[in-house]
Design a protein around this ligand. Sequence first.
Ligand code: GLY
Ligand code: MN
Ligand code: MN
Length: 412
Amino acid sequence: MAHMKPKSIAVFNSNDIYPVSADSTMPFEQHRDIFYLSGADQEESILILFPDALDQNQREILFVRETNEHIAIWEGEKLTKEKATKVSGIKTIYWVSDFEKVLFDLMTEADTVYFNTNEHYRQAVETQTREDRFILKCKKEYPAHNWAKSNPILQEIRGVKEPEEIALMQKACDITEKGFRRLLSFIKPDVWEYEIEAELLHEFVRNRSKGFAYTPIIASGYNANVLHYIENNQQCKTGDLILMDVAAEYANYSSDLTRTVPVSGKFTKRQKAVYEAVLKVKKEATNMLVPGTIWAEYHKEVGKVMTSELLGLGLLDKADIQNEDKNKPAYKKYFMHGTSHHIGLDTHDYGALKTPMKANMVFTVEPGIYIPDEKMGIRIEDNVVIQETGAPFNLMQNIPIEVDEIEDLMQR
Ligand code: GLY
Ligand code: MN
Ligand code: MN
């Protein structure tokens, strides 16, 4: 509210429950913004923020779906007005059926409405969201008001994490650690990728995670070169590596881990050399995540470290570097994705990218080297919190990463 213009009102809608077909739906996932601002993890909830409302009680209002006995029997208990206050700290709770009436009254006092459009740098949403429908309706019904954007404010504040958020992310990482450790004694030649997925899901859910924070990638051998491989339906063969980009959510917060391990429990000499190169880039990149770093510059610096490692591995030679196009550096042949993204309520979270990094931003660090000709792809990914001074704090510091450690645990 401190970021809003005078006499302005901001409205935040929940996600729809998305249909599959016939009468089936996807499980509900709350829109991260209304969840972040209110804690209301229930469909159809609407949040209004109106810092200059003349009536003090109308400065924060949460609307929730009116519950009844029928709903209680079929869907279970929903938020009552008392519970809605308890989870959100908001005193004024109305049923969502009163939304139009209340909004009309507030709009007579307001000059500007903040709409919550999606400006995430990777957004590619094709469906019309509840938020989209609200915006269209509101523009039609209130054509004399000014419009403003909530998204830049949310990008800014959600990008810098509160201590409570970091604690939840640590918990998500700790559950991910349990899942990964379980795998180290489970993976054997001829295991199927989906069997690994099942082990992880079991470990995550029994630790009170809802499950994977994002669709898991369990890619053995050549599959690791398909960056978004999610079929997870192949058998893992002796001599191959398995790239696993797999992590738990906890309390709606994501973790995002990648580890690459040998099916047999022992890296070949070549696999180890490539692995060590990726690990070196990861360590050097991590140390660059300090207050003041600019995300795009950081990627250029990481590119230089990666280039040097690829030269060492004989994957690039001096001529490749001399002839490289600055807009498409030679290293991109083997490392074609970004090194870091914000992480939080969304796996690819909100957060300022063009301004200097700040303490308590949480980023992934995830370099990789992909060599289809050698049937091998290696990525290593941890999640780190930027500190006021010094190197970032690694939320995944206890998850095995060194070659010896992984080999030792796999062979036990
Ligand atoms: N697992 C998604 C990512 O690493 O960005
Ligand atoms: Mn990942
Ligand atoms: Mn990631």
